[in-house]
Write a protein that binds this ligand. Structure first.
Ligand code: FE2
Length: 280
């Protein structure tokens, strides 16, 4: 799901996103003394427990993502060796490598009246790829959404979550019934994953047509997930994020199917633009 951080660029996931008043939408371009003063003040006010990520780890992530998504366009699937390279790098990534820890305010449920708020720490985006970290307090939910034409690498940095994912069914599971779409617009989708994951799990990769292109997360403990995705959502390109309701189909057997119907999103997420410069 894309997060709109600032001026209309889309990353994942999307919802109504408000920039923290203390967040800095720098994107590594501003360099005036005034901006530097503002950034220093803003970062210390935003997250007292935030310690800047080691430059080397983030730069390596940027460099490798840039290589993997060099030819990125809608429907692009990185070659297997590139997938293995980025997955391997993410597998070894620790929370301190990206400057986060579970005592940060993003992982606490502060407003007991509303649902736990998801925060997206937005590190980088360009037309070919983007990456950032989803911060979920316990019981927070990122609802079922899609990734049109995208490849997404997800790595849990800490915590535990339930992941359920689907791919659109390409052929009917029952030869007696060839319906892939109902009259009210629900489409048949096949369950890809329905399991609990934690930081010991390897990087999960979803692709434009398989690997669980539609997914939802439920945090069982406070958790952090780093996503690298390409190409990012692009509304103007017809690749906005869509949200779905699911209802189980009557088809059983070893493979599970559900009907997914598009719904208007009521999901709200807070987006924070991280100040980070990467060397090209
Ligand atoms: Fe997603």
């Amino acid at each position: 799901m894309p997060v709109q951080v600032g001026g209309g660029k889309a990353t994942e996931p999307r919802g109504k996103v408000e920039l923290s008043p203390t967040a800095v939408a720098d994107k590594g371009r501003a360099s005036s003394k005034r901006n530097r003063r503002r950034q220093k003040k803003a970062s210390s006010a935003a997250a007292p427990s935030f310690s800047p990520a080691p430059v080397a780890a983030m730069q390596r992530l940027f460099d490798t993502s840039r290589e993997v998504f060099a030819d990125s366009s809608p429907g692009f699937v990185p070659p297997p060796d590139a997938v293995a390279r980025l997955s391997g790098l993410l597998n070894d990534l620790k929370p301190h490598d990206v400057g986060i820890n579970s005592s940060m305010p993003y992982f606490k449920h502060v407003n007991s009246k509303g649902p736990p708020q998801v925060t997206y720490l937005h590190f980088y985006d360009c037309p070919k790829f983007s990456f950032g970290i989803f911060c979920l307090p316990k019981s927070a939910v990122i609802p079922l959404h899609n990734h049109p034409g995208m490849t997404v690498f997800s790595k849990i940095l800490f915590g535990s979550m339930h992941l359920k994912s689907y791919d659109w069914a390409r052929s009917p599971p029952d030869s007696n019934n060839s319906t892939l779409e109902t009259s009210d617009g629900a489409r048949l989708a096949k369950v890809n994953t329905d399991a609990v994951f934690d930081a010991s799990a390897e990087t999960v990769v979803l692709y434009p047509e398989n690997g669980g292109n539609l997914h939802c997360f439920t945090a069982l403990t406070p958790c952090a997930v780093l996503d690298v995705m390409g190409p990012p959502y692009n509304c103007a390109d017809g690749r906005d994020c869509a949200y779905y309701d699911e209802s189980p189909s009557s088809w059983g057997g070893d493979e599970q199917y559900s009907w997914l119907k598009g719904i208007p999103s009521t999901f709200e997420m807070k987006g924070i633009q991280m100040v980070r410069k990467f060397t090209v």
